[in-house]
Design a protein around this ligand. Structure first.
Ligand code: S3P
Length: 418
């Protein structure tokens, strides 16, 4: 396949969720430029409307206006759809504001652990009812005291849920995690003038007076986690070059670019600039002969969502690749650890799970077979990218899930191949 062209990528999902939530609490009308209009961010918008915020329609290629309000208890359950970020961050906000509500989600989200946010919030004095730490979760009462918490997982969702609870509850928080997770919340706090101390592996929030948020305008960069898929298609192509414009290149998110470089596929950053609180660049990717790679545990938080794509690239590389300590993949939108390995084997590849490691051995045979996505957007997109190699014949069990984070994904793939 030959790739060609210059594309833009939809807005960053993590930043869109956070900006929506903060704007929904702020005094006055906020404007977001370039928010992600996809199923996951629509879930956040819907939940915020149920709590009283006025959130305009989230449409592709459009800005978004949000009128913040004092939140009221919702009528009916807050349905978070497929979005773990919506569920975990909202639990933090509702506990911080002591608003009673019941949160639920789709079948995938109901399987994912909520205990990682419920436990520390309980230590802050909030109360919940849930079935074994999973959705549906009811917030019964709010936070009452500050917290020092050492998280056993590197998770920006946990960090943000606790920061949101501490900020809205006007309570101190000292949070550490094993490796630094994405820092979009910290950057937004700085941009909005919310005082926060930031350390190598943690944050400390020490309230002086209650935080009063004013409305804000924010430009949201393209999502590097979405850009990873066309980057992968360009690397697997046989000729041409692809430019992806306006992609967020926050260093806590760009592990995928480092690993691509080690695999022999350096991505060139052009036109580097700053948008909102985030660094942005145009990315230029070209076809490359790939070699196997070792991804170490400290790198995982910087590329956790890109492992499905990196694993399919590893299946086309020479030699063995090892993704070390990637047990967190078991509790993503699907059991990605098992499904990446199963699906690579299902299309004729060589992959296995060894404890918490994922091992992929590369080969040259065209991938042929049926892939079970389990409704997981990133599995569907990763294997669709693998399906672009010469001679491939891959059938996906479904093709709707990319709408969770990347509406128009298949059109984009056709466009860059053309
Ligand atoms: C996210 C954090 C990550 C990531 C998810 C989005 C966020 O999850 O996988 O897609 O917006 O904070 P964890 O916090 O569970 O690592």
């Amino acid at each position: 396949m030959r790739v060609d062209g210059s594309i833009t990528i939809a807005g960053d999902k993590s930043i869109t969720h956070r900006a929506l939530m903060l704007a929904a609490m702020a005094r006055g009308a906020s404007e977001l430029t370039g928010p992600l209009a996809a199923q996951d961010t629509r879930s956040t918008a819907r939940v915020l409307r149920q709590l009283g915020a006025r959130v305009g329609p989230l449409g592709r290629g459009r800005g978004l206006r949000i009128l913040g309000q004092a939140w009221h208890p919702p009528v009916g359950a807050l349905h978070c759809g497929n979005s773990g970020t919506t569920a975990r961050l909202m639990v933090g906000l509702l506990a911080g504001k002591a608003i009673q509500a019941r949160l639920t989600g789709d079948a995938s989200l109901k399987r994912r652990p909520m205990a990682r946010v419920i436990e520390p919030l309980e230590a802050m004095g909030a109360t919940f009812s849930s079935r074994a730490g999973r959705l549906p979760v009811a917030v019964r009462s709010g936070v009452k005291r500050g917290l020092t918490w050492e998280s056993s997982v590197a998770s920006a969702q946990v960090k943000t849920a606790l920061l949101f609870a501490a900020m809205t509850g006007n309570l101190p928080l000292a949070f550490t995690e094993p490796w630094r997770s994405r820092d979009h919340t910290e950057r937004l706090f700085a941009a909005l003038g919310i005082p926060l101390d930031i350390f190598e592996r943690g944050v400390m929030f020490t309230p002086r007076a209650a935080v009063e948020l004013d409305a804000f305008n924010l430009e949201i960069p393209g999502d590097v986690s979405s850009a990873a898929f066309p980057l992968g298609a360009a690397v697997l192509a046989t000729a041409g070059a692809l430019v992806i414009r306006g992609v967020g290149v926050n260093p806590t998110r760009t592990g995928v670019l480092d690993v691509l470089a080690r695999m022999g596929a350096p991505v060139v950053l052009e036109n580097e600039r700053v948008a909102g609180a985030e660094p942005v660049a145009d990315l230029v990717a070209r076809p490359a002969a790939l070699r196997g790679v070792t991804v170490t545990p400290d790198e995982v938080p910087r590329l956790v969502d890109e492992i499905p794509l990196l694993a399919v690239l590893a299946s086309r590389a020479t030699g063995e690749s090892v993704f070390q300590e990637v047990g967190e993949l078991r509790v993503k939108e699907s059991d990605r650890l098992a499904l990446i390995a199963d699906n690579l084997r299902a299309v004729g590849g060589d992959a296995e799970v060894q404890g918490d490691h994922l091992v992929v051995r590369g080969g040259e045979r065209p991938p042929v077979g049926r892939v079970e996505t389990a409704g997981d957007h990133r599995l569907a997109m990763a294997f669709a990218v693998l399906g672009t190699v010469a001679g491939a014949d891959i059938t996906l069990s479904e093709s709707r899930s990319p709408g969770v984070s990347f509406p128009g994904f298949f059109d984009m793939l056709r466009e860059i191949e053309a």
